[in-house]
Design a protein around this ligand. Structure first.
Ligand code: NAD
Ligand code: MG
Length: 400
């Protein structure tokens, strides 16, 4: 039976890779809906190529743009507008699989709606888990959803754990597992000193040595806040306490992550640094399907290096571990402050080395709220908003 797939954030890096994999398997998958926030011309081309039934855009103006670019020769897909349409579409009963690939906490409500509707959720949007891990995992469990991590490290760990043909949300660490080991490339500034990075430009920060990704996650990879978010993500996905998750620098990005077992075995997943592998794994699970990714040539790779990350060199990684230990309010604040700081850096309003200062300050400002109860998505969204307000204020002080 052909399964219908909704791709949220289809015009992004993960979205485009997802459509590439789907197009290789017309016998297995068809597109139900696509969503985009900007680049409506790309959305039009995607919707045409994939014969999408539905598209979701943010505003009436982008809806008009979509219809104008589509033209009058063929019937356009149904065009839905706004954030509510996005969550409704994520839960549509006409799709079985939802790829959650919107960037940032903006993707949380739709990812949660897909889990609540009991879909197979392919989760790329790590910010959703960082901000609302407990709610998201509870929704997966309560609604019998399947959760397949797409982030390459978590997909690797998932592949290295024992499975029984269904991807459910675990209540405790898998038996026999001692530790999860996340690999990190170290980004473009791995061998430079933190003190020398004041003047780096967005272009330099986005030039990742191994992966081609969206701009926000590229900056996060440079600061290693991305790895910090991934530690928090691993905590929720695999029910693993913070002190049993570690990070090792591996500049070649060939080993995508590892699981250490009680008997001393370490199981790793290796492959080319190409997101189509985890995407194909998530789509096909438990079957393995072609992703279009070339085979790994270990002899050509020659060597694989590993090193301990230096927390002085990467303050954002330290802040992330601290946030995870403090609890969910701190994780929400960490993520929100980072989104504001990165946006300001990308628009040349903040220097690169101020990113961790903004995060640290917002964590301090919100520390009195650390005990706050998080029972519903509105609690998450209001704390997220509060952290954004603090961060925005700090950014405007810095840039004046
Ligand atoms: P991207 O910036 O390339 O694409 C983001 C997508 O989200 C676009 O389609 C955009 O239109 C949409 N979008 C942006 N803001 C939105 C908003 N406010 N509301 C609705 N839609 C919005 O990002 P990406 O690199 O594809 O990353 C997507 C997610 O996947 C991120 O959470 C990222 O951390 C995660 N991820 C990406 C990679 C990668 O290789 N790119 C790897 C692992 C995890
Ligand atoms: Mg990753």
């Amino acid at each position: 039976m052909v399964k219908r797939v909704t791709v949220l954030g289809s015009t992004g890096s993960i979205g485009q890779n997802t459509l590439d994999v789907l197009a290789r398997h017309p016998d297995k998958f068809a597109v139900h809906a696509l969503s985009a926030y900007s680049r409506i011309d790309v959305l039009v081309a995607q919707a045409r190529a994939a014969t999408a039934r539905v598209v979701v855009v943010p505003t009436d103006a982008t809806a008009r743009e979509f219809r104008r670019l589509w033209g009058e020769n063929t019937t356009p897909p149904e065009v839905r507008v706004g954030a509510n349409a996005l969550t409704d579409t994520a839960g549509d009963n006409q799709s079985q699989i939802v790829m959650a690939a919107i960037v940032g906490a903006a993707g949380l409500p739709a990812a949660l709606a897909a889990a609540q509707a009991g879909k197979r959720v392919l989760l790329a949007n790590k910010e959703a888990l960082v901000a609302a891990g407990s709610l998201f995992m509870a929704a997966v469990k309560a609604n019998g959803a399947e959760l397949l991590p797409i982030d390459s490290e978590h997909n690797a760990i998932f592949q290295c754990l024992p499975h029984h043909g269904r991807a459910s949300a675990p209540l405790e660490p898998a038996p026999g597992v001692r530790r999860l080991i996340l690999t990190a490339s170290g980004g473009p500034f791995r061998s430079r000193r933190w003190e020398d990075l004041h003047t780096v430009t967005p272009q330099e920060a986005c030039a990742h040595p191994n992966w081609s990704m969206g701009r926000k996650i590229s900056v996060d990879s440079a600061t290693m806040l991305n790895k910090g978010l991934e530690v928090i993500e691993a905590h929720w996905l695999f029910a693993m306490p913070a002190d049993r998750i570690s990070v090792v620098i591996h500049p070649q990005s060939v080993v995508h992550s590892m699981v250490e077992y009680e008997d001393g075995s370490v199981i790793a997943q290796l492959g080319q640094p190409d997101m189509r592998t985890p995407i194909a794994y998530g789509l096909g699970f438990p079957e393995r399907i072609n992703s279009g990714v070339g085979m790994l040539d270990l002899a050509a790779a020659g060597r694989l290096d590993f090193a301990e990350p230096d927390l002085l060199q990467f303050p954002c990684l330290r802040l992330s571990f601290e946030a995870l230990r403090s609890g969910q309010v701190a994780c929400i604040a960490l993520n929100a402050a980072n989104e504001i700081a990165v946006e300001a850096f990308l628009s040349n309003k903040l220097s690169y080395t101020r990113i961790p200062s903004i995060i640290e300050r917002v964590l301090e400002q919100m520390s009195s709220m650390h005990g706050a109860q998080i029972c519903a998505i509105d609690d998450v969204l209001s704390l997220d908003l509060e952290a954004r307000r603090h961060a925005q204020q700090l950014v405007s002080i810095q840039s004046n």
